[in-house]
Design a protein around this ligand. Structure first.
Ligand code: DOR
Ligand code: ZN
Length: 344
């Protein structure tokens, strides 16, 4: 078949950073162009920890994204956060989920959880309320090598969470290792994972061979090739446990190209095309719709979207950067040509 077309139900992004202010204005339209809904990360400064803050942030996102896009809000868990407040926000339709950032694991996690036992009350309330827990799964122990932090987190923390809260819906966010894929597959139906486009396309060589390439740096950091292949296998396997979450995380070019560059890859402009290229290469285009548009809503207990998006196999040259006002952003795949584009 030459130049195939693929029409799928309109997809959602189950993990995105939309930021605030001028950056929100610059990036929200890219996500809204591709996705009907998105789970919006709460790691602002200060983080989104109250119902009122989430409501107000939702309003700013709606204004920046325009009509036809639904932001799904997330509470940022802190030590001792009130479980009753989380359940109330969930029941009111404000908090779709809550996010566990281990303190100091990544950007905007300084107010995160220092010990999981400090949020046991909140987790029990969420389990009771049917409110999903989203997990940044990396240990922060300085003794642990950065490439091992996800695998060690499974043994030290994730396994205990799954054991102690058997009814809690848990999303292991942006998995990057074979160990995480295996853990999620072996767990019950209440445990799922998101997978980013970058972790399907690149391994750690992309960051380090021929010079340090800051635009390939995100957290969790890309791992060895065997992990990328395991993630490709998981994403395209047809298992309902894996779904689309871009982790698009924009940072201004000057904060990426710096002596201490920020973690995060801005993939929102061509996310679906990037996933389509992977599914095509894996001869699994027939499974893209489940990954992008069905597995997520089914796990969250939300309706499927109406409407469709059509992709065609056609050359799609990716710009070196996008400039909005004084914000310059380098997208994932900058300067490459993707083989898929959105046509309708
Ligand atoms: O690379 C990342 N960037 N990983 C995260 O966990 C946070 C994100 C950000 O907010 O920039
Ligand atoms: Zn993220």
């Amino acid at each position: 078949m030459t130049n195939p077309k693929l029409t799928i139900r309109r997809p959602d992004d189950w993990h995105v950073h939309l930021r605030d202010g001028a950056m929100l204005e610059a990036v929200a339209p890219y996500t809204a162009r591709q996705f009907a809904r998105a789970i919006v990360m709460p790691n602002l400064s200060p983080p989104i920890t109250t119902i009122d803050a989430a409501r107000a942030y939702r309003g700013r996102i709606e204004a920046a994204a325009g009509p036809g896009f639904t932001p799904l809000m997330v509470a940022y868990l802190t030590d001792g956060i009130d479980g009753a407040m989380l359940a109330e926000g969930h029941a009111a339709g404000v908090f779709t989920a809550a996010k566990l950032y281990p303190a100091h694991a990544t950007t905007g996690s300084a107010h995160g959880v220092t010990e999981v036992r400090h949020i046991h009350g909140a987790l029990a309330a969420m389990e009771q309320a049917g409110m999903p827990l989203l997990v940044h799964g990396e240990v922060t122990d300085h003794e642990v090598d950065v490439f091992d932090r996800e695998a060690v987190f499974i043994d030290r923390t994730m396994a205990g969470l799954v054991r102690d809260f058997p009814g809690l819906k848990i999303v292991f966010e942006h998995i990057t290792t074979e160990e995480a894929a295996q853990f999620v597959l072996a767990a019950g139906p209440n445990v799922a994972a998101t997978i980013t486009p970058q972790h399907l396309h690149i391994n750690r060589n992309a960051m380090l061979v021929g010079g340090i390439r800051p635009h390939a740096y995100c957290l969790p950091v890309a791992k060895r090739e065997k992990h990328r292949l395991a993630l490709r296998q998981a994403a395209t396997s047809g298992s309902p446990k894996f779904f689309l979450g871009t982790d698009s995380a924009p940072h201004r070019i000057e904060t990426k190209e710096a002596a201490c560059g920020c973690a995060g890859i801005f993939n929102a402009p061509f996310a679906l095309e990037s996933y389509a290229a992977v599914f095509d290469e894996e001869d699994a285009l027939d499974r893209l719709e489940a990954f992008a548009s069905e597995n997520g809503p089914r796990f969250y207990g939300l309706p499927f979207n109406e409407g469709t998006v059509t992709l065609a196999r056609a050359d799609n040259p990716i710009p070196e950067s996008f400039v909005t006002g004084d914000i310059e952003l380098v997208p994932f795949h900058a300067g490459e040509t993707l083989r898929w584009r959105i046509t309708g």
